[in-house]
Write a protein that binds this ligand. Structure first.
Ligand code: MEV
Length: 428
């Protein structure tokens, strides 16, 4: 009989009972169920304070990227990612970038936007004017919601209004622009938007529906640039033109731009996760920004300077915080943030933009030279060897032979493993 997933009072079960219910529902073995209910770093107590219905924690490898230099400061970047080659490729690219002095990065003010959607307004354009006449009052009302943020030098800075033409008729959309300082700021701006909504209804004569931040944080921009001396590019200076061609392809074609930008996010999301920031917010903002011209484009630009050196730059929204959220409570995120010795959240955004540019350089260099597979193969081959049943020293041996044979496949790994075991058995 099909089991029902409708379980009344599920959220009231304790951890052990949740695990039991899940084990029975998903038909887990004792061994599998034993993976649940424990956490080496986060701790089950903290995990259960972070989200609902917790049964375990999910680990990712944390790898170190050496060679990074941003704004004259040397950094070892800890990044959390499941994909092989990301760390190694980034470390190599970071080394090449040192030939031009490393990355140079900057940010705008940490301004977040929240939107208030107002419907059923009979005179939307006049309503817009009425809201803007009361801008000071609106800003004051917003700032009353967060005296601590105001004390720290942040707070609501501006109010903007748009009349949006939609399939459901015109809507009056108010944006509040808030300096959230070292916080990502979602809670701060959402609270302000909710508090301002009744006044917007009063001023417009309409009905407010949504009151929520925008992840297209295009007032919270991070930029990074780098110069790679043509002689520092491996395997040689001819790669400069290859990278320019690869970038032009991405900038002109959304099919390629999506992959190009995914490579950038390999660096960005991995650092965003390692610092406990909201990677979905960053991803959403990145892709919306990439499409802001009406055409989905590359987030980076690559050019050659007068000396023929390769010059790269990136500009994108990076709403990253250091206070509040997982960054403040996840022990590993706290460790990662501490290791970076940041002067504030804007510096974290600068380093993150540099990480994205670095990862993009790594990908474009490999793609326009030897291709991406060679770099991927070594770790991938080891994974395939493990999947085929190899353990201990066998892993390295099977992986080596897979790579030498030019085909990294599970069936071939199994055949190699059987051969090895036979040979070793014969030798005993
Ligand atoms: C793989 O994770 C990322 C790349 O596909 C990025 C790119 O194609 O630019 C290599």
């Amino acid at each position: 009989m099909e089991k029902s997933s409708q379980i009344s009072g599920f959220h009231k079960l304790n951890l052990a009972d949740r695990i039991d219910v899940f084990k029975a529902f998903a038909e887990l073995t004792d061994e599998e169920a034993a993976l649940l209910g424990k956490s080496a770093v986060l701790g089950m107590e903290t995990a259960q304070r972070m989200i609902e219905n917790v049964v375990g924690t999910f680990e990712l490898p944390l790898g170190l990227v050496p060679n990074m230099r941003v704004n004259g400061r040397d950094l070892i970047l800890p990044i959390a990612v499941e994909e092989s080659s990301v760390v190694a490729a980034m470390a190599n690219a970071a080394k090449m970038v040192r030939s031009g002095g490393g990355f140079f990065a900057s940010t705008s003010e940490p301004l977040m936007i929240a939107q208030i959607q107002c419907l059923d307004v009979s005179d939307p354009f006049a309503a817009k004017a009425r809201i803007l006449e009361r801008k000071d009052e609106a800003i004051r009302l917003c700032n009353e919601q967060d005296p601590i943020l105001v004390k720290l030098g942040g707070g609501c800075r501006d109010v903007e209004v748009r009349v949006l033409d939609t399939v459901k008729g015109p809507m009056v959309i108010t944006h509040i622009i808030v300096d959230t300082r070292d916080a990502m700021g979602a809670n701060a701006v959402n609270t302000m938007a909710e508090a301002l909504a009744p006044s917007i209804e009063e001023w417009t004569g309409g009905r407010v529906l949504l009151r929520i931040l925008s992840n297209l944080a295009d007032r919270r921009i991070a930029r990074a640039r780098c110069i790679v001396r043509k002689d520092a590019i491996k395997p040689g200076p001819e790669v400069v033109d290859g990278i320019l061609q690869a970038w032009a392809f991405a900038d002109a074609d959304p099919y390629r731009a999506a992959t190009h930008n995914k490579g950038i996010m390999n660096g960005i999301s991995a650092l965003v996760i390692a610092t406990g920031n909201d990677f979905r917010a960053i991803e959403a903002g990145a892709h919306a920004y990439a499409a802001q011209s009406g055409h989905y484009r590359a987030l980076t630009k690559w050019e050659a300077n007068a000396d023929g050196d390769l010059v790269g730059s990136i500009e994108m929204p990076l709403a990253m915080g250091l206070v509040g959220g997982a960054t403040a409570i996840h022990p590993m995120a706290k460790l990662v943030v501490k290791s970076l010795k940041l002067r504030g959240a804007t510096e974290l955004a600068e380093i993150t933009a540099a990480a994205g540019l670095c990862q993009n350089l790594a990908a474009l260099r490999a793609l326009s030279a030897e291709g991406i597979q060679r770099g991927h193969m070594s770790l991938h081959a080891k994974n395939i060897a493990i999947q085929a049943g190899a353990g201990g020293a066998e892993i390295e041996e099977v992986a080596d032979r897979l790579i030498k044979g030019g085909k990294v496949r599970a069936d071939i790994a199994e055949a190699i493993l059987n051969e090895l075991r036979k040979a070793h058995g014969a030798g005993n």
